[in-house]
Design a protein around this ligand. Structure first.
Ligand code: ZN
Length: 341
């Protein structure tokens, strides 16, 4: 069916580019794998492309093809952007919208029922993990989330120019979903973000239909009460006390920090990576040494992969359309052949 009153494909790309979604990004993420230059010469190319792009990115279909309108995201929920100055840049909302769309697909396929954790304390979660003979780290926190039916995924397929987020928690069909957006291979670094987002859920910060977007998570210079509370929750969960700070001599080399973190971890039943990061939490100039020490402790870990592989075991891919399967596998960087039906 030819639609006459619509824009051509170049105009569609130009409009998307104007809002921060470059042609390359759209070709790689917004359109199916089989899409080629040749498809764009067909009479209904714009309509077909717009249908895929709108579904994958949560953009309103009509807004993509109507000559006089601008691409508009479908309004999903109220988003609270946790920024010091409360000034929300449109680029952040793009990352948030893209993350939220993937969250919707994840929730549709997620097989576990949610058991509400609002009101649970960091101490209780920690005890539950320690009673299993484990320490609190990314893996055991993911297991906890799996048990309570809280989907957690890593998503960082954003256009280069948009402002990204460290973490996000969104209430999606009455279920909290945690999205980790920081591109970092360190399990202990991402564990902190996960623990912080769990804090937002447990402390009842997330209201029905809301999204909390953490553009950055800082331990110093935090002016928002909810952010402080979520940080304290995360520190208690990971290290045992909400004000836990490990003592280290003023200046350390990465090798000795790694060694010392391992000793303290053994003594306190904590994750050595979390202790090494603790060295750099409150002093920016220590971040590089903390990073090196963590690399020595964690070696060749790939935290984003760990998160998404664990998630994929809890997904029923068959309930998604073929294109949704393809996009979800792309978004989660999972091998399409292994996950698709
Ligand atoms: Zn937060």
């Amino acid at each position: 069916m030819a639609v006459t009153n619509s824009i051509n494909i170049s105009t569609l790309y130009a409009r998307l580019n104007q809002m921060g979604l470059s042609k390359n990004f759209v070709r790689e993420n917004g359109l199916p794998e089989w899409w080629t230059e040749e498809c764009e010469t067909l009479p209904d190319a714009t309509i077909t492309a717009a249908a895929y792009i709108s579904r994958r990115f949560n953009l309103e279909f009509q807004s993509l093809i109507t000559p006089e309108s601008q691409p508009t995201f479908q309004q999903f929920t109220k988003t609270c952007y946790k920024k010091v100055d409360h000034h929300v840049l449109p680029e952040i909302s793009i990352a948030s919208h893209l993350g939220r769309r993937v969250a919707e697909l994840v929730v549709k396929t997620y097989t576990k029922e949610y058991q509400p954790i609002a009101g649970i304390t960091a101490y209780q979660i920690r005890e539950e993990i320690i009673n299993l003979g484990k320490v609190v780290n990314l893996e055991t926190l993911l297991n906890f989330c799996g048990k309570y039916g809280i989907p957690v995924f890593h998503f960082a397929r954003f256009p280069k120019t948009v402002k990204k987020f460290y973490g996000m928690v969104t209430d999606c069909i009455s279920k909290p979903v945690v999205v980790i957006g920081l591109q970092d291979l360190s399990p202990s670094r991402l564990a902190f973000i996960l623990a912080h987002e769990l804090g937002h859920i447990a402390l009842n910060h997330l209201k029905a239909g809301e999204t909390i977007n953490d553009e950055e998570i800082k331990l110093d210079d935090v002016q928002n009460n909810d952010e402080c509370a979520a940080n304290e929750f995360a520190i208690e969960l990971l290290l045992g006390k909400s004000d836990q700070v490990y003592y280290f001599p003023q200046s350390m080399k990465a090798e000795s920090l790694a060694l010392s973190a391992r000793e303290k971890a053994k003594r306190d039943h904590n994750d050595p990576g979390a202790i090494a990061w603790n060295y750099g939490w409150y002093k920016k100039n220590r971040f590089g040494v903390a990073r090196k020490a963590v690399n020595l402790i964690e070696k060749n870990e790939n935290a984003p992969k760990m998160i998404n592989q664990q998630l994929s075991q809890l997904l029923d891919w068959d309930c998604l359309s073929e294109d949704n399967q393809e996009y979800l596998a792309l978004a989660l960087k999972l091998d399409g052949d292994k996950v698709g039906g």
